[in-house]
Design a protein around this ligand. Structure first.
Ligand code: SF4
Length: 219
């Protein structure tokens, strides 16, 4: 099977298996999504979604957030990972939005990564979710699932995986593929003991075949 065929089969499967792939972060506008994605680093979407309603209520726009003090914002973020840094990043981000971007969330990766707390992955998520740009954010799920399915080969960094994925996934599908891989990794192809019995990709999955071989199953 060629790489191209592998990609085609995987994408076809996801088109039907996960018909409406969407982020599980709750947000109403680009500012809220940006806040949620910054908070989601090393943290689950479920926990972020428990945290953000109070933040959005108290700081509905970058204007209010830019005026927040560390001591005011920190208690709202305390329950998620790296609360110190994330508190500083959110206040810094809001200030830079006002100073440099007229209070609007910019929609290019190059601009977004200038904001405190925003790396390439966050910028890719924001631009693909809000604007359907063909930017692939590689998190731990995307990295693991892509490698298991043979979509990436010997990729040792998220950037290397991103480049391989972007090369083969049709541009118009990249923003969907990002969610497909995340959701598949979150609920089916989980890190320990993937639920292969619930996965329709066993026929073409190199990882599944390797595991079966270890167990002594012959094909
Ligand atoms: S067959 Fe198993 S290892 Fe392969 S993608 Fe599906 S869940 Fe993951």
């Amino acid at each position: 099977m060629t790489k191209k065929q592998r990609y085609e089969q995987v994408l076809q499967y996801f088109e039907t298996a996960i018909a409406n792939p969407e982020t599980e972060l709750l947000y109403d506008n680009p500012y809220q999504l940006l806040v949620a994605v910054i908070l989601s680093a090393q943290c689950t979407d479920v926990r972020v979604n428990l945290t953000t309603p109070a933040i959005f209520k108290q700081y509905p726009t970058p204007v209010e957030l830019s005026k927040a003090t560390f001591d005011e914002l920190f208690p709202l973020i305390r329950s998620i990972s790296y609360p110190n840094n994330k508190t500083k990043h959110l206040i810094g981000m809001a200030n830079m939005l006002l100073d440099k971007f007229n209070g609007e969330v910019p929609m290019t990766v190059d601009e977004l990564v200038q904001l405190p707390g925003v790396g390439r992955k966050t910028a890719n998520v924001v631009t693909s979710v809000i604007d359907a740009q063909p930017n692939m954010a590689v998190d731990t799920h995307v990295f693991r699932v892509s490698a298991r399915l043979g979509l990436t080969t010997k990729a040792t960094t998220p950037l290397a995986a991103e480049k391989q994925l972007i090369k083969y996934i049709p541009k118009e599908l990249v923003h969907k593929a990002h969610h497909w891989l995340i959701l598949h990794g979150r609920y089916t192809c989980i890190a320990r003991n993937p639920k292969c019995d619930k996965c329709g990709l066993t026929d073409i999955c190199p990882y599944y075949k390797k595991m079966q071989k270890k167990l002594g199953v012959t094909f």
